[in-house]
Design a protein around this ligand. Structure first.
Ligand code: HEM
Length: 428
């Protein structure tokens, strides 16, 4: 049988070994008659056991699909693609059953999109009189390592909303205000969040747009952030990316393959409670404006003193190579690395996964540029909060940055298989 003679479905998705994820092009699934959102999740399923521990080789395979099902959600320990679209949502329905249905529909759509398929019955039919299930702009594009990661904000657990108050994790607290914060309400908070990471920005934007569309009447986008040029990686053997200040960023991040460090510092353990969050994590998102115009007029020496690392190689003060162990006492007491280092914070470590942004200008002739800081951790009270307390008080970097947006979310564990859905344990 020639490829032309193969049945329609086979030509779109050729036979493959179990668990293998080829870089299939996205297509509408016309001809799958009757396959709606729920069935779509089954179609996109594949093996359910992946743990999402990608290694650096993923970086050379930018078009492929990252498994959606697994013990942990993808988009945390998996390799970091170069583009981000992050959205925080307000839940607008007051009906618990509607919220549950939304989460089920989102899960089904997310399973399909991360596998490189269109939502539901696709972008081109089958009923000309109805709007298509998928908006269409990702048709023909590769899966692009798209990951979709959901989170639940503290406000979702408010009394008299969805009956979740008793399930609110103790660690899911609104962040305290830190010295120097200038937080904008319109860029902060949210009942739900979805982090979409992909190699192709159009694939990430398509994913958020389609989830927002499915959510119409039940959830509305509260704020969103586009990001480019990842500023941290989870693959230490890959080249460390640079941030908008031109420094290598992510040198001493938690690696996506360091299961010991992930268990200790990123994944919520069963004994931590609550039960529904075991295998999940907490996410802190901060929109940090970077005053690049002032920075660009600062001497190289001062820039390096501020971080405690050299700009060319990223080596810590007094050391020759980027990955040499930092000697903190050789750095200024106000240097960023000295203050953020685990030795200065009772061993606290976080998994950083941020992106650079530039969102036009600020009306004063300066770029609205910065770091969209994303950090995953097992407990914000032992991760971001103490580290940021220290940084906000003493970091020499503060002269050049300002935190303008903030949010915190509980990140549920992974969707285990085709019958599972985002938040099932929470709502059971
Ligand atoms: C615009 C703001 C920021 C910039 C430009 C920035 C940049 C950097 C750079 C260049 C490094 C050194 C390379 C590395 O090990 O990654 C670093 C390290 C680090 N930063 Fe930041 N950072 C910012 C904000 C923050 C915030 C808000 C936190 C957490 C509250 C944080 C936590 C850390 C940690 C934990 C390290 C590693 C320290 C070590 O173990 O040596 N950073 N940052």
């Amino acid at each position: 049988m020639t490829p032309e003679q193969a049945p329609e479905q086979e030509r779109r998705e050729p036979a493959r070994a179990a668990g293998e994820r080829p870089a299939v092009a996205r297509r509408s699934l016309l001809g799958w008659g009757g396959a709606g959102l729920a069935l779509g999740a089954v179609a996109a399923g594949g093996t359910a056991t992946a743990l999402h521990n990608d290694s650096a080789d993923a970086a050379s395979d930018a078009g492929r699909a990252v498994p959606f099902h697994g013990a942990h959600q993808a988009g945390i320990a998996t390799a970091v693609p170069d583009r981000l679209h992050f959205a925080a949502f307000d839940v607008t329905t007051e009906d618990r059953a509607e919220l549950i249905q939304l989460l089920k529909d989102w899960t089904a759509a997310a399973a399909r999109m991360t596998a490189g398929h269109a939502v539901g019955e696709g972008a081109f039919g089958p009923i000309p009189e109805s709007p298509p299930d998928d908006t269409g702009e990702a048709a023909g594009l590769k899966p692009s390592r798209l990951t979709l990661t959901i989170g639940f904000g503290p406000s979702l657990f408010d009394k008299d909303r969805f009956g979740l108050h008793e399930q609110q994790p103790e660690a899911l607290v609104d962040l305290p205000s830190f010295p120097g914060d200038k937080l904008e309400k319109a860029r902060s908070g949210g009942d739900l969040c979805v982090q979409a990471c992909a190699d192709d920005p159009q694939v990430a934007v398509h994913a958020i747009r389609n989830l927002a569309r499915i959510g119409f009447g039940k959830a509305a986008i509260r704020w969103s952030q586009l990001g480019f040029g990842k500023t941290s990686s989870t693959t230490p053997d890959a080249q460390t990316p640079r941030n908008m200040f031109g420094f290598k960023d992510g040198t001493r991040n938690i690696s996506g393959t360091d299961t010991k460090a992930l268990d200790e510092h990123v994944w919520v353990a069963e004994k931590d409670g609550p039960q529904w969050l075991a295998g999940g994590s907490y996410l802190v998102a901060r929109r940090i404006r970077m005053h690049i115009e002032t920075w660009d007029r600062t001497s190289l020496k001062e820039q390096e003193d501020i971080f405690g690392r050299d700009k060319r190689k990223g080596a810590p003060v007094g050391k020759a190579k980027e990955h040499d162990e930092p000697f903190l006492k050789a750095m200024l007491p106000t240097s960023h690395v000295r203050l953020a280092h685990p030795d200065s914070n009772n061993g606290a470590r976080i998994l950083r996964r941020g992106y650079s942004f530039t969102d036009g200008t600020d009306g004063l002739g300066r770029l609205d540029a910065g770091l969209f800081f994303l950090a995953y951790q097992r407990d914000v009270r032992r991760g971001f909060i103490p580290i940021q307390r220290k940084l906000a008080r003493n970091d020499a970097l503060n002269e050049y940055i300002q935190h303008v947006g903030s949010a915190v979310f509980a990140i549920p564990p992974g969707v285990r298989d085709e019958d599972d859905w985002w938040g099932r344990e929470l709502f059971s």
